[in-house]
Ligand binder design. Structure first.
Ligand code: ZN
Length: 256
C-alpha cells in the first residue's frame, strides 16, 4: 500500500514536500528539490513512512520498533510527533459544530469506577460534542461545572443548534443557547431522535483503544484523546493517505 501510494516519492522522482517532479541527487546521496529547494534523505524518508504506516494501523510503538528493528525511543518519539501534528491539523481545520449535537462528558483513566465526582480522583475529565452525520470534537476539561462546559459549548458550537444531553445540572442553561432536548435514562425516555448514542459510541471507541496503552501519563491524555478523535472522524477514509499529507505536505515537516 505504501509503495503504490508513494512510489514516485520514495524513489526520489517526486518531492515529498511540494509534489514537484524534478529532484536531483547530491554528493552525499540526499536529494534536492528544484522547486522548493528542500534537501532530504530518501533512506530516512523510507524509514519514517514505514513508522507512519504502522502508526496508522494502530500498532504499538514497541511492536513497530520490533517489526522495523528500530529503537523503541526512536519510534515512540515519532509517534508523539505524529500526535502533535494531528492536533495542529485539527486546530487549523476546526469549524464550529452545528445542527443536531450530542453532548456529554466522561472520565478516562484511574482504577476506580464512578462518574461525576465520586471516584473521579486521579481521572481525566473529558468533554465531547458529536455532530450527527458529522464529526466529533473532544477536549480535556478541568471540571464539569456549568461554567466550564458552557464555555466549551459556546466556543465550539453554533448558537441555535439542537442539543441532546442527559439530565446533568451543568447543562441547565443550554436552552438559552439553542433547542435543548434532555434524556432521562432512568425513565427510558431515550427514544427516537432523543438519545446520545453517538457520543457514547465515541467514548467506547476511545476507551477500548486507551485500554491498550497501560498507564498514559496525565499530561499526555490530551494527545491520545485528540488522536482518537482524529481516527474516529476519519474511520471511513484512507488514514495513511491523510496522515502522509498532514505530516509531509501540509506542514513541510523536517525528517528526524
Ligand atoms: Zn519540493
Amino acid at each position: 500500500m505504501i509503495k503504490n501510494l508513494a512510489a514516485n516519492i520514495l524513489r526520489g522522482r517526486k518531492c515529498v514536500y511540494c509534489s514537484n517532479y524534478g529532484l536531483y541527487r547530491l554528493a552525499d546521496r540526499r536529494v534536492k528539490c528544484r522547486k522548493c529547494r528542500r534537501v532530504y534523505s530518501l533512506k530516512k524518508l523510507q524509514r519514517d513512512v514505514e513508522i507512519l504506516h504502522y502508526f496508522c494501523l494502530e500498532l504499538s510503538a514497541s511492536k513497530t520498533a520490533k517489526a522495523l528493528e528500530l529503537d523503541y525511543e526512536t519510534v515512540y518519539s515519532r509517534y508523539m510527533f505524529f500526535r502533535r501534528k494531528i492536533i495542529q491539523y485539527q486546530n487549523n481545520s476546526f469549524r464550529k459544530l452545528s445542527g443536531e449535537l450530542e453532548i456529554d462528558e466522561t472520565y478516562f483513566g484511574g482504577k476506580r469506577k464512578g462518574k461525576r465526582g465520586r471516584g473521579a480522583f486521579n481521572k481525566v475529565v473529558v468533554f465531547g460534542v458529536l455532530e450527527r452525520n458529522g464529526k466529533v470534537y473532544t477536549t480535556v476539561v478541568p471540571d464539569v461545572s456549568a461554567e466550564t462546559l458552557m464555555t466549551e459549548i459556546k466556543d465550539k458550537t453554533e448558537k441555535g443548534s439542537v442539543y441532546y444531553t442527559d439530565c446533568f445540572k451543568s447543562y441547565k442553561s443550554l436552552k438559552r443557547y439553542g433547542k435543548h432536548c434532555r434524556i432521562n435514562k432512568e425513565h427510558a425516555f431515550a427514544k427516537g431522535r432523543t438519545h446520545i448514542n453517538g457520543i457514547e459510541g465515541f467514548w467506547s471507541f476511545a476507551k477500548e483503544r486507551f485500554y491498550k496503552y497501560h498507564g498514559i501519563s496525565k499530561d499526555n491524555y490530551y494527545l491520545y484523546l485528540k488522536e482518537m478523535e482524529f481516527r474516529f472522524n476519519h474511520r471511513n477514509s484512507d488514514l495513511f493517505k491523510k496522515m502522509f499529507k498532514i505530516i509531509y505536505s501540509d506542514f513541510g515537516t523536517d525528517l528526524p
